[in-house]
Ligand binder design. Structure first.
Ligand SMILES: [Zn+2]
Ligand SMILES: [Zn+2]
Length: 260
């Protein structure tokens, strides 16, 4: 079995296509997918998907690229995180690639998410782009290690991966790891401990090879797993088993403990 730890299947491009998405997941042994919230306006849609399908989980958060949406209060996040199918806080973090100028508002918003996660006891989904050092600094200052979570769609250096793992975080690889020129990311995927690894699609973005350029979907997390298996010289089953167990241990400990 495989799990897509990060997708946005609540987006417009999937409306009316959920039955096909689920069929395609089933054909590829992708049993679950975490539908990640990017702003509070869309949260009801994300939650509805998770509540109406056993295959989906939800998160709550406001993405660092959301300039038009107000930053949430800690209480806004905690209240929504009370729903049992909401398994994480995020996505949150820092993005210095798409945003510029004085980004103190992004760091403040990030701190709010970390405080909410610590308070409600649910792990963090962290997005970081061109902001590795500041992301780690805020994580340390806010004691994000006490709750843990995942650095999603990892595109940073080996040093950032090591520091994040020291802070009790997992590293999640997207379709980027299948791209020929992603040499440094392939190296991290090859050498990092398997018990801290997650895999994801970040659908609708970043479709893996051989579907690069198309609208991504959770079923294609299989291609991410296949590439990691190839890089490490292990079986697809071994990657699937480890990353799925990591997912449930981190995000759904009740299910994980029941399965033991
Ligand atoms: Zn992201
Ligand atoms: Zn995302």
């Amino acid at each position: 079995m495989l799990v897509d730890s990060h997708c946005h299947i609540d987006f417009e491009e999937y409306s009316g296509r959920i039955p096909q998405i689920l069929e395609s997941m089933a054909r590829n042994q992708v049993t679950h997918a975490l539908c990640v919230c990017v702003n509070l306006t869309d949260f009801p849609r994300v939650l509805a998907l998770a509540e109406s399908h056993i295959q989906f989980f939800a998160s709550v958060g406001v993405h660092p690229d959301q300039t038009e949406n107000a930053s949430p209060e800690i209480s806004d996040l905690i209240e929504r995180a009370r729903q049992p199918k909401v398994v994480a806080i995020g996505e949150t973090g820092l993005d210095y690639y798409r945003q510029s100028g004085d980004l103190e508002w992004q760091r403040t918003r990030f701190r709010t998410h970390i405080r909410a996660a610590r308070e409600c006891g649910k792990p963090l989904i962290i997005h970081t782009r061109d902001a590795g050092e500041d992301t780690l600094r805020v994580m340390r200052e806010e004691r994000a290690d006490t709750i843990g979570g995942v650095m999603h769609c990892f595109t940073e250096t080996q040093d950032v991966a090591t520091a994040a793992m020291e802070l009790n975080f997992h590293i999640s690889f997207s379709g980027i790891v299948t791209f020929k020129n992603a040499v440094a990311i392939k190296e991290v995927a090859k050498s990092m401990p398997l018990d801290r690894m997650l895999i994801e699609t970040d659908s609708p973005y970043l479709a893996p090879m051989p579907n690069r350029g198309k609208t991504n979907e959770p079923a294609w997390v299989r291609h991410v797993a296949e590439e990691i298996a190839r890089l490490r010289g292990i079986s697809l089953e071994a990657v699937a088993e480890a990353t799925s167990a990591n997912f449930f241990r981190l995000f759904a400990p009740i299910i994980y403990n029941k399965a033991l």
